[in-house]
Design a protein. Structure first.
Length: 304
């Protein structure tokens, strides 16, 4: 049986928000089977909690921000991506501020945090959302779609008018039944352009951004002294973001996600379209190893 997962023990980290620049403490706690993933804002007079869902997304300006029960939590995508990558279905996330800490700008610190806590299999089958019919959303020359696929695959295309992008991949496909999320995707950092910083900060965005938590490009080059972690780090970060945005469904998806110039807004629009049209997907569980396709069993990282 492909089982649901949580973590074995409580684990904490601190950092600052990428956009708010505010210090924040994040605590991850185990949760029983069937709980799902819940955020808890702990910095008010009372704790305000909500379960993740596509319709909780209320802002997609350079991040995915969720709101529920009078509480808001922004920049959830890197943490959500790490949870998807390790197959975590059930978790309580306590946060004492309005934004998940950016840490190093990738999902790798969250992977480390979750692995430090330990991964706990639960006595309940994991529920998958299985795409059965294609579905597509568009916004001008940007688009995203799901296609039926026996596994989970992402194909993403980017297009930026900058010299650096002439020498790096603009399109990439990752089949997670064959390639490791942790090794191939999780370390890809968010990126931005010096020319946009003043405008973003005037809008209350990127106030916590530094060379320690983002790849920064001037008119000609990458400014970070350590360079790129992957030769195709830019498009890999877009895949990392998409994995996190799509995991706001609250369940892993079996299908192929294909997108061109998509971002948090279009990713969420597609996810909402899928969930609203039940003729295009179905629930699936795999309670017998014999009946589980290898492409599906390979999606779930082995426990250490």
């Amino acid at each position: 049986m492909i089982r649901q997962r949580t973590i074995k023990s409580l684990v904490q980290t601190t950092g600052v928000g990428l956009h708010t620049g505010a210090p924040v403490q994040l605590t991850l706690r185990p949760a029983p089977a069937g709980t799902g993933i819940h955020f808890h804002r702990t910095d008010g007079d009372t704790v305000k909690s909500f379960r993740i869902a596509p319709e909780r997304v209320v802002d997609t300006r350079l991040c995915s921000a969720l709101e529920g029960n009078g509480a808001r939590v922004a920049t959830v995508e890197h943490l959500m991506s790490a949870l998807a990558g390790l197959g975590i279905d059930n978790l309580h996330i306590d946060i004492d501020g309005p934004e998940v800490p950016i840490l190093d700008g990738s999902a790798a610190p969250f992977i480390y945090l979750l692995q430090s806590a330990g991964i706990e299999p639960l006595d309940a089958p994991k529920r998958f959302i299985c795409i059965t019919q294609p579905i597509r959303v568009e916004d001008g020359d940007k688009w995203a779609e799901f296609r039926p696929f026996d596994g989970f695959k992402l194909t993403f295309g980017i297009d930026f008018d900058h010299p650096v992008f002439r020498h790096t991949a603009r399109e990439l496909s990752i089949d997670f039944s064959k390639q490791s999320y942790v090794k191939e995707v999780s370390r890809a950092r968010t990126f931005g352009f010096v020319k946009d910083v003043e405008y973003l900060r005037s809008r209350g965005l990127a106030l916590g951004g530094t060379l320690d938590n983002a790849l920064v490009l001037d008119e000609y080059r990458v400014l970070n002294s350590d360079g790129l972690r992957y030769a195709d780090e830019f498009v890999k970060h877009k895949i990392l973001d998409a994995v996190g945005d799509l995991y706001l469904a609250g369940h892993p998806i079996l299908g192929e996600f294909v997108a061109h110039k998509s971002g948090h807004g279009l990713n969420n629009q597609l996810l909402r379209a899928v969930m609203a049209d039940t003729s295009r997907w179905a629930w699936r569980t795999f309670e017998s190893d014999r009946d589980t396709p290898k492409a599906v069993s390979n999606l779930i990282p082995a426990l250490a």
